[in-house]
Each structure stands twice: as structure tokens, then as C-alpha cells.
Design a protein around this ligand. Sequence first.
Ligand code: 5GP
Ligand code: MN
Length: 340
Amino acid sequence: MHDIIALKELLKEPKQVMITTHHKPDADALGSSLGLAGYLKKKGHHVTVITPSDYPSFLNWMEGNDDVMVYSQKNDHLVQRIIQESQVIFCLDFNNLSRINEMGEYIREAKGVKVLVDHHLQPEDFADLDYANTSAAATAEIVYDLIKGMGDGDLIDAGIGESLYAGIMTDTGSFRHPSTSKNVHLIIADLLNIGVRTSDIHRFIYDSSSELRLRFLGYALKDKLVVLREFNTAYISITADELKAYDSKTGDTEGLVNYALSIEGIVFAALIIDRKEAVKMSFRSVGDFSANEFARSHFSGGGHKNAAGGISTDSLEATVEKFESLLPLYKDKLAASHNR
Ligand code: 5GP
Ligand code: MN
């Protein structure tokens, strides 16, 4: 982690700044990006936020959302130009350039100063300035601490604070994961103090399902949940046709994997979805079992110890088969007594 003085120095004069975050941004990815963007704009910088893909509509209430550029083949040239012309490039809530698709190589080649702000494990070494902290609960927590650390805490207003709040709230599982430190609660107390609508934000994010999304949840839990007691593991696999039948939108499957993990005695859970371009996997664990290690070793992924993701280019069926066939190798590590 670099000294904060280096960042303060870099941002001393107004600059062309670009902020990006990971594929299919979640609340921490988008919230940390828009919170940082709001602050930098107040400091006089010219800021563009570019996401490598679309994101759930339950995040579109954040201040600055309307100015977000979503990368697509259609605006590829414009995005390349913005990346080339940016003097500072912030990479938020991811630590491997493969997580931002086509934009990864553009940023690798870019001349601007690359600043990494992230809390995932095993960062790739591509940034000029590194503010990675794997013990932070959320990237939004690091952004808050950086703004404060540069002596600009008074610039954090309710709009910026609400984006940061969303990131911290969701990445801590609404303040229940072990990552929910005293620092997290102190930040939240400060955000309440400046007028952040905490209860409304919870509702925007968690209580805005379509009827079909809820019926899909019911279907997935009733018909698609597989519980493997021998390995204290539960998983749900979803076909492309099932996504279509329930008119599944970006973000509709978020949180589904947590239901599998909530079963008594289960220490490892997976959600395996056929996204057509690839099979996408979400892993969650409790205790010492490392979802990160499992995702890294077998499914070209990574993340945090207890929450990770990965990808497979095999068919859904073959991926599920591979997943099940790996579990015996982990039988001891999956023993509930080690993990609860
Ligand atoms: P989710 O299951 O919610 O998509 O992701 C869980 C965690 O793993 C998040 O912190 C996310 O950034 C990370 N993650 C998800 N998919 C991937 C992946 O394919 N590669 C890596 N390195 N991390 C991932
Ligand atoms: Mn995060």
C-alpha cells in the first residue's frame, strides 16, 4: 500500500480522470466509483466513470448514475480514446485486468497513472499507486478512508455518502460478516450524521424485485437446490433457458447463493449459471474453508476467502460434474467442525 501523500500529490491540480470497476458491477463496485467520482468532481477534476458491462437497475438511484458510460462494442473507440487521454486511471473493486474484459488491455497500455483501490486477495501487479487493503470490508470503505486521509472529509456530502454506504452495506452482508469492523460502524455513524438515507437505501437495493424475480427464487430453491450432506455443500445450477423463462435481468440472481449457504451445517455453497458466453460461478463459504482458493485453483477465478467467483468454458452439465467431482478432494477441509 502506498503512502496517501502520493495520492494527494497526484490530485493536487485538476486532471482528466477516469474511474472503472469490475464486470457486472455490484453495489460496492458502482458505489465506490460514484462516491470517488463525486468527490473528485468537487475538487475540480474532469471525471468519467466507465463500467465494462451493464449493472443491476436497483443501483440506478446513485448520484452520478446518469453520467456513467457503459462499455460496448459500439462505443469501443470512444472508450479507447478516453483511456488514452486520461491522466489518472482509478481501478476500483477489482485487482486483475482480466476482470474488465476488453478494457483491461487498453488500460494496461495506457500512459496515465494507474491507481488501484481494492480489497480482494492476490492483486495483479499493474498499478502505479496501490491502495489495496485485503482487510477492508468494502472498496467503498477504503475510498472513504482515502478522502478523509487527504484531509477532505468535509467534502463527503449525502450524495457521495449514499453511494459509499451502499457499497459498505452490501459487502458486509448488511453488517453481519466478520469484516464488519469498528471502523465500519464509525464510518456509518458519520454517514448518518451527514444525512445518508440508510433505511431507504436498504429498500432500494433489497426490496425492489419484480414479481418474476421472486417466483424465480421460489423455483430455484424448490427445484434446483442440491444438498450434498457428505461434503457440507449445497449448490444451485441454472440453465440459460430457465433464465429466459423468468425473464432474468442483470442482478436478479444476486443473493441466491446465500440461501444455499444459510442451510444449517452447510459450509460451502455455489451458484452455477449458464450465461451462454460462459458458465459463471459464485462461491460462498463460512469459517476456514477458502472459497477463494477453490475458485482460483479450479475455475480461473478469485475473490475473498468466504466469497469468490469463477468461470468455466465447459457446458453447464460438465461444469456441475467437475464441481461435484472436486468435493471429495476437500472432504476434510469441508468438515463442519472446522468451519462453524
Ligand atoms: P459474486 O459471486 O458476488 O459475483 O462475487 C464474489 C466475489 O468474488 C466478489 O468480490 C467478486 O469481485 C469476486 N469475483 C467474482 N467473479 C470473479 C472472477 O471471475 N474472478 C475473480 N478474480 N474474482 C471474481
Ligand atoms: Mn467489494
